[in-house]
Design a protein around this ligand. Structure first.
Ligand code: ZN
Length: 313
């Protein structure tokens, strides 16, 4: 099985994060045409049987997943899937939907979509000079976007904010950087509402957890990780009622962003399956032996899936 991952899908870059990587809606449609022609796009019940161990995933199967609870998924993805009688799995970080504001990962995208990378990097280092933290707090997580051809200044800017600045300082550091530029987006123009999550569910989509605050889980204590996992499942259950399966997607999703402890906690939370961003096919063996670390492939690994990237130099 190929599990395909999408983030921003939109007709034009006229909303935050503007020129930042997004899949153009027309390309999404072309890619769906391609996937429908080449693969067996599983129906919802067959997919649920696979993740609950009641069915062996067919080799030529594909499943579509959409990360980060973006409003794009309600406005453009849902109508497109519904018109083709397809279903998707939507992994929602619950914090921004309950008033916690725009996630740091998206505040970074939003800055990157509006300002030059060198200006951002310089502002960040200027701000950081006023904060003290140990480089060793950072862990060694990879930037999952490293493979994309981004400019060095932008890569540095994102890596430092996503993986290096300690979480207890991140809000202040980002706030200081943002204060030097225009005001960023508000959460309600960026994310689904709880009602829209319920509508996705009612329309035959599958909703899964993606933590509360989208942290690198391996940087957290066990207690903090447990909270991220259980609170996100609880919010989803509150919004949609009983989930047909408990599915989780690791934020960032590279192998350094979660640990054996993360998997133990997911197991304890009765999670049926968890998805990474490690690119590979999700084989029957993986479904049998490592259902809490199932690989996914980015949409850019398939025809028409290349993100449009239209930033200022
Ligand atoms: Zn995510």
């Amino acid at each position: 099985m190929r599990v395909v991952t999408y983030h921003y899908v939109r007709p034009s870059p006229d909303r935050p994060p503007h020129g930042y990587y997004h899949l153009a809606l027309d390309d999404f449609r072309r890619q769906l045409d391609h996937l429908e022609a080449e693969y067996d796009l599983l129906d919802r019940e067959s997919f649920l049987d696979c993740v609950t161990g009641n069915r062996v995933p067919p080799a030529d199967a594909a499943v579509l997943t959409f990360d980060d609870g973006l409003v794009d998924h309600y406005e453009w993805v849902l109508p497109e899937l519904a018109s083709r009688d397809l279903f998707g799995v939507f992994f929602v970080p619950t914090g921004p939907l309950v008033g916690e504001g725009v996630l740091p990962v998206h505040r970074v995208h939003s800055l990157a979509g509006r300002h030059s990378a060198t200006e951002l990097r310089d502002a960040l280092f200027d701000v950081l000079a006023r904060y003290e933290f140990a480089e060793s707090d950072a862990g060694t997580a990879d930037d999952p976007y490293e493979g994309r051809q981004t400019d060095d200044a932008l890569t540095t800017f994102k890596r430092v904010l996503n993986f290096v600045v300690p979480y207890d300082r991140l809000g202040d550091v980002l706030g200081d950087v943002e204060s030097r530029f225009e005001t960023g987006p508000s959460a309600d123009e960026y994310y689904l509402s709880p009602e829209q999550v319920r509508e996705l569910h009612d329309a035959g989509m599958v909703v899964g957890a993606h933590s509360v605050n989208h942290p690198v889980l391996s940087r957290l204590s066990s207690a903090q990780q447990r909270e991220e996992i259980t609170d996100s499942f609880e919010s989803l259950a509150e919004w949609v009622g009983d989930l047909p399966a408990k599915l989780f997607a690791y934020p960032y999703g590279t192998d350094q962003t979660f640990s054996a402890e993360t998997k133990r906690l997911l197991e304890a939370a009765d999670c049926d399956a968890a998805f990474t961003m490690i690119s590979a096919r999700a084989t029957p063996g993986r479904f049998r032996n490592s259902r809490l670390a199932l690989p996914r492939m980015d949409c850019n690994e398939f025809p028409h899936g290349g993100a449009t990237f239209d930033l200022e130099a």
